[in-house]
Design a protein around this ligand. Structure first.
Ligand code: C2E
Ligand code: CA
Ligand code: CA
Length: 527
């Protein structure tokens, strides 16, 4: 029993001690666990916060990027990429939305750069882009609140004017736009002479639907183009038929050139001192199968617009060469070359090819260049003039006094003739200044040693006056109108003017030798 007692006590103590030890152990373990759990919890919290922050930062960035992309997409679909202004679609939407408002007063201005295609072709697309950007800036500078500019097509712009109270300010805006776009644009060492036409239609006056309004602005634009470069027109109902006609003519022109419907007419130059014919200016006419004889004023600008001037000139030259073979060879023939053609590097070769093909000596030819050709690109003009002279073709400055060419050009470019514009000759008796200008040009010609030609001489009095003040040559209805080949033959047979070379041939009458061209097959009649 004693040992039993001892064993029982020992076991009890052992058990108590063990329990106490275990409890202590557990207590200690609890502290660590709590510590670790707390540490873990804290670490998780810190990491969570960091992660949350990083995530939200990332989210913010993505959201901004998303918004930006969304804006860019919206801009791209509403704005023109090159100029940054509204595009055609956005313009149509805006016009539509504006027209649906009650009592909407709206004007649409369509603006089209004249002869943009040649600018693009000759100077490259980069230059074309610069012209469009510059045009955008110029137009935008003229607009006020409530006026929206859009790029409507390749070289076409549109302006939407809302709340337009009266017609007059819209027309004034159109004219100002046409004016500002007619001032030369200079980019580094390139100067481009541009101009633009404007067509205007207004709501409710011309229609309430967007389609109708745009069509009528287009019709007005077409009419403006018909008036020449830099014009502005407001739509009116009488334009409809005429515009269709012009569109039709434009469509027919290419075929007409190809089939030889464009013909050369000839108008004599008369040497004032000797009363002798010294040559002819070649002036084109379109013998239209249905419309009859059309003047170049009707179709030259259509040809320029469609970039067909080269084809037209060569067609005119070819037909003139055929007639030239029947004329005494001392008579010169003067060919008009359009300003845009001086940009053509192959112009002189193309002319020579026709002369060779038809067997006419280059020395019988002159090329008439207008002042505007010099202004649009002086370097190109210089190059063409030099090349023409090198092959024996003389060069005249046409319409002298109407452009803005500086006198420096005259001495620099050494023209063979100065042609005084017919507006001065026709105003000789009406305005004192005209007589003074004509006198000054003749004096200038004399001091430069360059013969002067007076265009549009209609009366004996004018011819007499011009002769007295030293003008060399005259051209006009006084002597003969432009005539076709048959009319020319009859004129040569019946004219009282001398057709043989005068005793003292002027520079114009003397055939110049060709220097660079291989001798053409001469099937020309000798004098
Ligand atoms: P331009 O070179 O100034 O030609 C002279 C214009 O004056 C011609 O008009 C001629 O018919 C007209 N004219 C001649 N004498 C008189 C006169 O006494 N009184 C009046 N009132 N007018 C007279 P046209 O033939 O209608 O030609 C107009 C313009 O068209 C020309 O003006 C010229 O710039 C252009 N042109 C004509 N043919 C050609 C061509 O083959 N190529 C190019 N590029 N242009 C041409
Ligand atoms: Ca001319
Ligand atoms: Ca002229």
């Amino acid at each position: 029993a004693h040992y039993k007692q001892v064993l029982s006590n020992g076991t009890g103590r052992f058990a108590r001690d063990t329990v106490a030890a275990a409890r202590r152990g557990v207590e200690q373990l609890n502290m660590w666990t709590q510590f670790i759990v707390m540490a873990l919890a804290f670490a998780t919290l810190v990491m969570g916060v960091a992660l949350w922050r990083a995530l939200s930062r990332h989210l913010e960035r993505s959201e901004a990027a998303f918004m930006q992309a969304q804006n860019e997409i919206r801009d791209l679909s509403a704005n023109d990429a090159l100029t940054g202004v509204a595009n055609r679609r956005a313009f149509r939407e805006l016009l539509d939305a504006t027209l649906t408002k009650p009592n909407a007063k709206v004007a649409v201005l369509l603006i089209d750069i004249d002869r943009f295609k040649p600018i693009n072709d000759r100077h490259g697309h980069l230059a074309g882009d610069l012209v469009l950007k510059e045009a955008t800036i110029r137009i935008q500078q003229m607009l006020r609140a409530g006026q929206v500019l859009a790029r409507y097509g390749g070289d076409e712009f549109a302006v939407l004017v809302t709340h337009s109270a009266a017609d007059e300010p819209v027309e004034r805006l159109g004219r100002r736009i046409a004016y500002w776009l007619s001032l030369p644009m200079t980019f580094d060492d390139l100067t481009v002479q541009t101009s633009a036409c404007v067509g205007i239609a207004m709501s409710p006056l011309h229609g309430a639907a967007d389609e109708e309004l745009l069509h009528k602005a287009e019709v007005a634009l077409y009419r403006a183009k018909e008036g020449g470069r830099g014009q502005c027109c407001i739509y009116d109902a009488t334009m409809d038929g005429a515009t269709d006609e012009r569109m039709q003519l434009q469509n027919e022109l290419e075929g007409a050139i190809a089939s030889g419907e464009i013909e050369s007419f000839f108008q004599p130059f008369v040497d004032l001192k000797s009363n002798t014919i010294s040559g002819f200016e070649i002036l084109c006419r379109w013998k239209h199968p249905r419309r009859g004889l059309l003047s170049p004023d009707v179709f030259i600008d259509l040809a320029e617009e469609a970039d067909l001037m080269n084809e037209l000139t060569m067609c005119v030259l070819r037909s003139a060469c055929r007639t030239a073979r029947d004329l005494p060879p001392h008579l010169v023939l003067a060919l008009n070359v359009a300003p845009q053609q001086i940009q053509d590097e192959w112009l002189v070769q193309k002319i020579l090819a026709v002369l060779t093909e038809t067997g006419v000596a280059p020395g019988r030819f002159e090329v008439e260049l207008t002042e505007s050709a010099l202004i649009s690109d002086l370097a190109a003009a210089k190059h063409v003039i030099m090349s023409l002279k090198n092959v024996g073709i003389a060069v005249s400055l046409d319409d002298f006094g109407t452009g803005y060419s500086s006198l420096a050009y005259l001495s620099e470019l050494s023209f063979d003739k100065l042609k005084i514009d017919r507006s001065f000759i026709q105003a000789l008796h009406e305005r004192d200044e005209s007589a003074k200008i004509v006198n000054a040009i003749i004096g200038l010609g004399r001091s430069l040693g360059v013969p002067t030609v007076a265009e549009g001489v209609e009366t004996e009095d004018d011819a007499e006056f011009l002769k007295d003040i030293g003008c060399t040559t005259a051209q006009g209805y006084l002597y003969a109108p432009p005539m076709d080949a048959a009319g020319l033959a009859q004129f040569m047979a019946t004219t009282k003017l001398a057709t043989a070379p005068s005793e003292m041939p002027s520079r114009l009458q003397k055939p110049r030798p060709a220097r660079a061209l291989p001798a053409p097959k001469t099937n020309e009649r000798t004098a």
